[in-house]
Design a protein around this ligand. Structure first.
Ligand SMILES: Cc1ncc(COP(=O)(O)O)c(C=O)c1O
Length: 413
């Protein structure tokens, strides 16, 4: 019975949901981003799939009540997050640790503003999701870069690692490390060993760690995600929550494809940190809850599990076929196999095109709207990020466009 249900769900991911004309950034924002409507949009990180039915039903039920006034998060919403983190990640979170925020990017800015002083050093590990940089520079803090290291090889062996020695050196001069776990754009799911090394460095240098775990639920079968804060609580054998230096950002938004609704949570065991962050939020006059994001958040965590299992099976299959196609038909491109996220990181350096020429090739010749790797900072040049959160037929059609574009290119040169 369960098997049949997830099988049906898997099939439903093949359905094309037309998104044009829905004020979709990915689709309706194409011209503003790429200068043309004529690209297949595979850039900003949302998916083209219909959300779990339970979310739609919860939103419809709320919309049926005709007053959309100021809202307050019910205790049951906090419980839904606590239950999810315990069931999926084996982490027992206390209610008072949770602070709701209007998104993870606002949370990054909020934590930097609340917990670091002007000109303080903040470590980021490029190539990384670009708002990590602006969260630091927006507030006149100092960026300290610890670039990831790419261990080259063929697709099945190429992988990124953290430069732990350099991180240790950077930490001497820093107040905060912003960790992306799993890591967008390179798709790494950090191992327990790597995370323990981070914790040791953080403890040694009294570093606060902001761990952005928005992709924590989007992990493939070959990897296991470990919540950094849970590991810290276990491994440091802390006597009180107050000495805890890890802040975790989570959200159902990527997992269940509801990022447009804007609701996330910070989990902050340290009471002083929590107070500083809450007071910063109050100073900005930010109102987090609205009638729709509240019901969607709770329905996702309470009823989305089966849908998520089917999604991951579908994405795994898409990913495998896409990688096989690239290996067989696109020798100029080396794809890094992701352990998590619905993002493929394409190494296009063999094409020997500079940033502008690579962009021009993808947009004008292959007719594909991807995210240029250079957006993600150092180490991103020569790469492109492809969003495969779309029916598999779209991904394969995009790869055929890429193949045709590359064939034209080799004829021309
Ligand atoms: C690592 C990471 N953090 C945050 C976000 C965006 O979060 P939000 O939409 O909640 O601001 C993304 C979206 O791609 C992401 O990849």
């Amino acid at each position: 019975m369960t098997h049949d249900l997830s099988h049906n769900l898997c099939n439903s991911f093949d359905e094309v949901v037309a998104r044009e004309g829905t004020q979709s950034l990915k689709f309706d924002g194409r011209f503003a981003t790429f200068g043309t409507h004529d690209v297949m949009p595979m850039w900003v990180a949302d998916m083209d799939f219909a959300v779990p039915e339970a979310i739609t039903k919860a939103l419809q039920a709320r919309a049926n009540h005709p007053v959309y006034g100021y809202s307050i998060a019910p205790e049951s919403l906090y419980e839904s997050l606590i239950d999810w983190l315990l069931a999926k990640h084996d982490w027992q979170v206390k209610r008072e640790w949770i602070v709701l925020t209007p998104g993870v990017v606002p949370s990054l800015n909020l934590v930097v503003a609340a917990l670091t002083a002007e000109n303080a050093g903040v470590i980021v590990q490029p190539p990384v999701y670009f708002p990590f940089f602006s969260a630091v520079t927006n507030q006149n803090r100092r960026l300290i870069e610890n670039p990831l290291v790419l261990h080259d090889g063929d697709t099945n062996h190429a992988h990124y690692a953290m430069d732990v020695e350099h991180l240790d050196a950077c930490a001497k001069d820093a107040t905060l490390l912003m960790l992306c776990s799993p890591h967008n754009p390179v798709g790494r799911v950090w191992s327990q060993g790597e995370l323990l090394q981070i914790l040791a460095i953080a403890q040694k240098h009294d570093l606060i760690v902001l761990s952005d775990e928005i992709h924590a639920d989007l992990v493939y079968a070959n990897a296991q995600h470990h919540l950094l804060s849970r590991l810290a609580l276990e491994s440091e054998k802390l006597i009180s929550d107050e000495s805890h230096r890890i802040i975790t950002a989570v959200s159902p938004s990527k997992t269940f494809n509801i990022p447009g609704l804007g609701l996330s949570a910070l989990i902050i065991p340290n009471a002083a940190h929590r107070q500083a962050i809450q007071s910063q939020l109050n100073k900005m006059g930010v109102s987090v809850a609205n009638p729709f994001n509240l019901v969607a958040f709770e329905a996702a965590y309470r009823e989305g599990d089966e849908w998520l299992n089917a999604l991951m099976a579908y994405l795994q299959n898409t990913c495998d076929e896409a990688i096989e196609f690239i290996q067989t038909h696109l020798p100029a491109i080396n794809v890094i196999r992701p352990q998590g996220t619905y993002l493929l990181w394409l190494d296009c350096r063999k094409l020997k095109l500079d940033h502008a020429a690579l962009n021009h090739f993808f947009i004008q010749e292959a007719k594909l709207g991807l995210s240029p790797g250079s957006m993600f900072g150092r180490g991103g040049e020569g790469f492109m990020r492809m969003n495969i959160g779309t029916p598999k037929a779209n991904v394969m059609a995009a790869l055929l466009r890429l193949k045709a574009g590359l064939a034209m290119k080799s004829v021309a040169t």
